[in-house]
Design a protein around this ligand. Sequence first.
Ligand code: SF4
Ligand code: F3S
Ligand code: FES
Length: 248
Amino acid sequence: MGYDLSMRVWRGDVDGGALADFTVPVEEGEVVLDAIHRLQATQAGDLAVRWNCKAGKCGSCSAEINGRPRLLCMTRLSEYDESETITVTPMRTFPVIKDLVTDVSFNYEKAKEVPAFAPTAPDADGKRRMSQVDVERGQEFRKCIECFLCQDTCHVVRDHEENKPAFAGPRFFLRYAELDMHPLDTNDRRKLAQSAAGLSMCNITKCCTEVCPEHIKITDNAIIPMKERVVDRKYDPLVWLGSKIFRR
Ligand code: SF4
Ligand code: F3S
Ligand code: FES
């Protein structure tokens, strides 16, 4: 059965804005993005919202629903009571461009700072080899759809613009961990993660893991192992060398 949904949607741009109230007819089985699209089609033709796949795979429709970082296309209206007002706001950690669309270029700048995969020399037959367990370990990290919801929720940068230059954020700790755990990569990623990416500023609150739509265990499987490896290396550089040699 359809019903009339009460919505509050942030409207504005870089110069400021405010929440606007709407009533939008919705149908059973719909998601928040459906309601936003209907609003756009019938009442607010100039409402800006970024989306693409409507299937939870492109990472474009990130916003905040009732203050919680979510994908608009994967959040079912049935999660909320029909009498509840749903408030949709842009991601708070990034500058607003217009309405629900934010400028996420912070993340692209951080991506550029991660040195590319630098493989060891091939074996005598020209091939490189790694064990299956090492292949599988990286698969979880590669599920990332770059929605940046983890970056949005992390308190280190959420209300602290001043921390942004020194902190790459959970999405990129994943990338550092993936490469550090790769037995054929020759960079010392944990040193970079600590010095250039601000790993030590993370105090393991796990908020990033809680909002990840791909259910990647960012904190347990990437951040904490990286922190442990940083400690290992700090006290014994041979531990780092050994881990590269003996994992092959
Ligand atoms: Fe999004 Fe998860 Fe990737 Fe973070 S790690 S950008 S929350 S998919
Ligand atoms: Fe931030 Fe995640 Fe660490 S939310 S503080 S990066 S555990
Ligand atoms: Fe692609 Fe939501 S539109 S993840």
